[in-house]
Design a protein around this ligand. Structure first.
Ligand code: PSV
Ligand code: MN
Ligand code: MN
Length: 386
């Protein structure tokens, strides 16, 4: 796309969903660091998400995590989101923080534990009904630590059966987003370790089941953009969990570790029609040592910059170079777009949206951080290590 007004329109329409857990305290398994002014309730997490939306203009939805965001009345939570100019997005299940799940949840060898896990997933669909959100996002910590610990194939059968039960409960407009992760917390065999496994289950389940690509969940060197291109081609790409990592899944700010990789991914999204298809663009991050709201704003800006560069690729020139076998020419077209400084373009887009062109500075100037720190005492842990 080289028509600048079309590029700007696409950037204005982009929506990035922020995760409720990124607003709470978090840490590693060694230590959770408390920060001043973090939200004490799911409602206050929405207040912080509204702040991010106020400064970025492109983050209207918030993903929930159950039970971390458990409330009495989910319709009231959705109503509160509406009052703050937001909507509730994906509901994330949690079948990994209960003693019963030491050997797995829906893949556990005992039927009673599997039933408990499935009941939780069904509760999450009830929450979708109450909030009006569409996306049930499933990530399973299931797996084994030692060869021989359990039957790999039978665990796949248990997984398929549980997913089928939940799939059957989905409403017409709801969908199941299945996330994979190549290792951790299981050290030997993870039950949904890669896109192939997630894809195979989703394909059998039907059109309401799609794959989530969490950018942090791949082995080093994995060509994630190839996975994205393939899933889009198969109409099975449901969502992204954007974050970055240097080693394992460390949920750093999207675009912080490898902005070039994020650009290559966004190019395949643009190329495959993913910007206008039904793909949810979500962040899945934790801000353990940095200030949370500015980190989330920065992450959103990083996604926007990668998107802008992807939109600027001269597709006609690229196709011509590719078809004529001009290896260096084709690579140069892509690199020209990547090496463009899109910050002035995005500043213009923000000004046209009535926003400050520099969201991070505007947030700092607003004095919001000091105000909320004074108002809120005793902030909530996001859930990790809770
Ligand atoms: C665990 O790896 C994880 O980061 C997954 O990516 C989920 O999406 C997220 O937690 C929330 O459950
Ligand atoms: Mn994730
Ligand atoms: Mn993760």
């Amino acid at each position: 796309m080289s028509d600048l007004s079309a590029v700007k329109a696409a950037l204005k329409n982009q929506a990035v969903e922020t995760p409720s857990w990124a607003y709470g305290n978090s840490g590693t398994r060694f230590k959770v660091f408390a920060q001043a002014g973090v939200p004490r309730t799911p409602f206050e997490k929405l207040d912080d998400a509204a702040t991010v939306h106020e400064f970025t203009g492109v983050t209207p939805a918030v993903s929930l995590h159950i039970p971390w965001d458990r409330v009495e009345d989910y319709a009231a939570l959705a109503g509160y989101a509406g009052e703050r100019g937001l909507r509730l997005g994906a509901v994330n299940s949690n079948t990994f923080q209960d003693d019963d799940y030491a050997l797995g949840s829906i893949c556990h060898p005992e039927a009673s534990v599997r039933r408990k896990a499935v009941a939780h997933l069904l509760e999450c669909v009830d929450i979708l009904d109450a909030t009006g959100s569409r996306n049930l996002k499933l990530w399973f910590a299931d797996g084994t630590n030692y060869p021989g610990q359990d039957d790999i194939r039978e665990r796949q059968d248990r997984l398929a059966e549980a997913l089928q039960t939940v799939y059957a409960r989905l409403g017409d407009d709801q969908r199941m987003l299945l996330e994979y992760k190549f290792f951790e917390p299981a050290f030997y065999a993870t039950d949904v370790p890669d896109w192939g496994t997630a894809y195979a289950h989703c394909l059998k389940l039907g059109p309401k089941a799609q794959v989530v690509v969490d950018t942090g969940h791949h082995a080093p060197g994995t060509n994630i953009e190839f996975i994205v291109a393939t899933l889009l081609r198969e109409e099975k790409l449901g969502a992204f969990d954007f974050n970055s990592r240097f080693y394992a899944d460390d949920d750093l700010m999207a675009g912080a570790a490898d902005p070039f990789q994020l650009f290559r991914i966004m190019y395949e999204v643009v190329r495959g029609g993913g910007l206008t298809a039904d793909v949810a663009f979500m962040l899945d991050q934790c801000h353990n040592i940095e200030a949370k709201i500015p980190a989330i704003i920065r992450s959103v800006m990083n996604v926007q910059e990668a998107t802008a560069k992807a939109l600027l690729v001269d597709r006609d020139a690229l196709t011509a170079a590719q078809r004529s076998g001009d290896v260096l020419g084709a690579n140069a077209v892509l690199m020209d777009a990547y090496n463009t400084d899109v910050r002035p373009l995005l500043a213009e887009v923000r000004t046209e949206l009535g926003l400050d062109p520099d969201p991070v500075s505007a947030y700092h100037r607003s004095g919001r951080a000091a105000k909320t720190a004074a108002e809120r005492v005793g902030g909530q842990q996001a859930g990790w290590g809770a």
